[in-house]
Design a protein around this ligand. Structure first.
Ligand code: CP
Length: 310
């Protein structure tokens, strides 16, 4: 793997290999007092986040540190970006300074691809940590890892992705990866939050969440991205919650084994009721935990390039 830019680029074999590596790393570290492997000693990983993040940035930093890489966080406000330096010049500067890998989150769709083009000749590798409304491949990998653990596998499973599909890079990456791993995906959203091309993604599209519930193995709730809506949020929060919120009544209509996911940050009370988010059916904390192991696996495959054995 040269870079990790999108879930669409991952074939079943490569995705499964990443998930297996994450699983091996998780089992290797389980119960250890000192969670430190020497694997990436001497390698330098930079995170460049041009949008807010808690989970992704922190878990990449922990992942790198648990593998003994030197991890440096570059913030747009504290770097020369705030003086007008371009993304290209910033990336080339960081590469020249010794970055083996740059992890980037950017509001523009396609930013990670552009970055990888500029850095290709330098040998610095790029991981997309979320680009605009396009993709968030490590989120899809950690979701797949969580579903594999909970359901025993993804082949033939029926998974609903519910909510603000229009603005969701999480949804796009998950549709690609879940289908690659053999799952059936149904997209559920109000018509105003369905992207124009969604019917070409290879998933079913519906507005009726309640009709889907009894046949699902998992429900992935999405964050409503008010910051990308220019103030025009339709339907209203109340209408949205009534038709698309995961509440206790809806949880009761899911099969007993079904899993509820949310990538976070959660808008409790609108997208998901607290009693659901904190219930045993929800896997939100597991998603975050798996995020560290999945990101360790991604860094390992990029920077060490070998398979991990237990
Ligand atoms: N799920 C996710 O990407 O969360 P953050 O924005 O906190 O990184």
């Amino acid at each position: 793997m040269r870079h990790l830019l999108s879930a669409a680029e991952l074939g079943a074999e490569e995705a499964t290999s990443l998930l297996d590596t994450a699983d091996t790393l998780k089992r290797t570290l389980l119960g250890r007092e000192v969670r430190k492997l020497p694997t990436l000693r001497g390698r330098t990983v930079l995170t460049m986040f041009y949008e807010s993040s808690t989970r992704t940035r922190v878990s990449f930093e922990i992942a790198g540190k648990w593998m003994s890489a030197d991890v440096i966080n570059v913030s747009s406000s504290g770097s020369s970006t705030s003086k007008g330096e371009s993304l290209r010049d910033t990336a080339l500067t960081l590469s020249a300074a010794g970055a083996d890998c740059v992890i980037v989150r950017h509001p523009a769709s396609g930013a990670a691809h552009r970055l990888s083009g500029w850095l290709d000749e330098t040998g610095t590798q790029v991981v997309n940590a979320g680009d605009g409304m396009h993709e968030h491949p490590t989120q899809a990998l950690l979701d797949a890892a969580t579903l594999r653990e909970r359901l025993g596998g993804l082949d033939g499973r029926r998974i609903a992705i519910v909510g603000d599909l229009l603005h969701s890079r999480v949804a796009r990456s998950n549709v690609h990866l879940l289908r690659t791993l053999g799952a059936e995906v149904v997209l559920v959203a109000p018509p105003t939050l369905v992207p124009m091309g969604a019917r070409q993604w290879g998933a079913e599209v519906t507005g009726d969440l309640d009709a889907e519930l009894p046949g699902l193995d998992a429900v992935m709730m999405l964050r409503v991205q008010a910051e990308r809506m220019d103030g025009a949020f339709f339907p209203s929060a109340r209408e949205y919650s009534l038709s698309y919120g995961m509440n206790e009544a809806r949880l009761a209509r899911l099969p007993e084994h079904a899993v509820v996911l949310h990538p976070g940050p959660m808008l409790r009370g609108m997208e998901i009721a607290s009693r659901v988010a904190d219930s045993p059916s929800a896997a939100v904390a597991e998603q975050v935990r798996n995020g560290v192991h999945v990101r360790m696996a991604v860094l390992y495959h990029l920077l060490a390039g070998e398979e991990v054995t237990a």
